[in-house]
Design a protein around this ligand. Structure first.
Ligand code: IPE
Ligand code: IPE
Ligand code: MG
Length: 261
């Protein structure tokens, strides 16, 4: 696609959705790499490599459309249970992506953050993560969160542990623990909560992703395998989102009235 075709396409999509119809924050479980490779009689890592290309395309499209935050599940706290060989290949791929992509992300004004228990990663990766985060810290474009060794339950647990320490030190009473106090200590606390959740690969589950933050997120599941998730598929998810009425406990009529006020 030429540059001109691409920008026409973005413009058309935005016209269709309207600025209000666009999610501010999209969270994605990028699933189906292994099956994509198996269908081609290739080793699973072949699918993980192909998946990196889908990430590039998605980050580009999101930036062009003015999405504010993208959170991608790259490696869950449960993925350590996979065969050792696959885990180490995934680590290698992660390291390579950090080395190869970060400069370009920085040029494109993307702020990169890694969320998860990074202490479990090899030192080489931890150093790269710290470098990438500090390089892109002051960028003002898309915020790209990569969830690596992340688990939603871990996230809540580390927040609660911080509060428990304050209680022990006598700085906080147990009945002063509110939803807000927990939320303030979660990994994405300074960003808007996800408006749209996408899971590729056909499974319809959360798999310990952002369990707290997804409480009121619109869910979109597609059978498309992650390496096949392209702009067309992304636009389908955005269009589906633009047709949802987000009621947050209110009635449809109340929402209409608020919109027309
Ligand atoms: C998602 O694809 C990528 C990671 C979990 C790292 P999978 O590797 O889970 O692919 P399937 O689900 O086996 O097809
Ligand atoms: C979820 O995918 C984690 C990532 C995409 C990184 P999985 O493929 O590991 O999820 P389950 O175990 O099938 O639910
Ligand atoms: Mg999977």
């Amino acid at each position: 696609m030429s540059k001109k075709e691409q920008s026409d396409r973005v413009r058309n999509c935005l016209k269709l959705l309207g600025k209000e119809g666009l999610p501010r924050h999209i969270a994605i479980i990028m699933d189906g790499n292994g099956r994509w490779a198996q269908q081609r009689k290739k080793p699973r890592v072949f699918g993980h490599r192909a998946g990196v290309e889908s990430v590039r395309e998605l980050v580009r499209a999101s930036g062009e459309m003015g999405i504010e935050v993208l959170t991608l599940f790259a490696f869950s706290s449960e993925n350590w249970r996979r065969p050792e060989k696959e885990v180490s290949l995934l680590m290698e791929l992660f390291l390579m992506a950090l080395e190869k992509e970060v400069r370009k992300l920085n040029t494109n004004n993307v702020q990169l953050r890694i969320i998860g228990d990074v202490a479990d990663f090899p030192e080489k990766i931890r150093i790269r993560i710290a470098e990438a985060e500090s390089l892109t810290l002051n960028n003002t474009g898309l915020v790209l969160n990569i969830a690596a060794n992340y688990g939603g339950k871990w996230d809540i647990c580390q927040a609660v542990r911080q509060l428990a320490t304050r209680v022990k030190q006598g700085e906080l009473e147990p009945d002063e623990i509110t939803e807000e106090k927990i939320a303030e200590r979660l990994k994405l606390h300074d960003l808007p909560e996800p408006d749209l959740f996408i899971r590729t690969g056909g499974e319809q589950r959360i798999s310990n992703f952002l369990v707290w933050q997804l409480a009121y997120t619109e869910l979109f599941f597609t059978p498309v395998l992650w390496p096949d998730f392209n702009r067309d598929e992304f636009e389908k998810a955005l269009i589906s989102f633009s047709h949802r009425q987000r009621r947050f406990g209110q009635t449809g009529k109340q929402v209409e009235q608020r919109r027309n006020a």
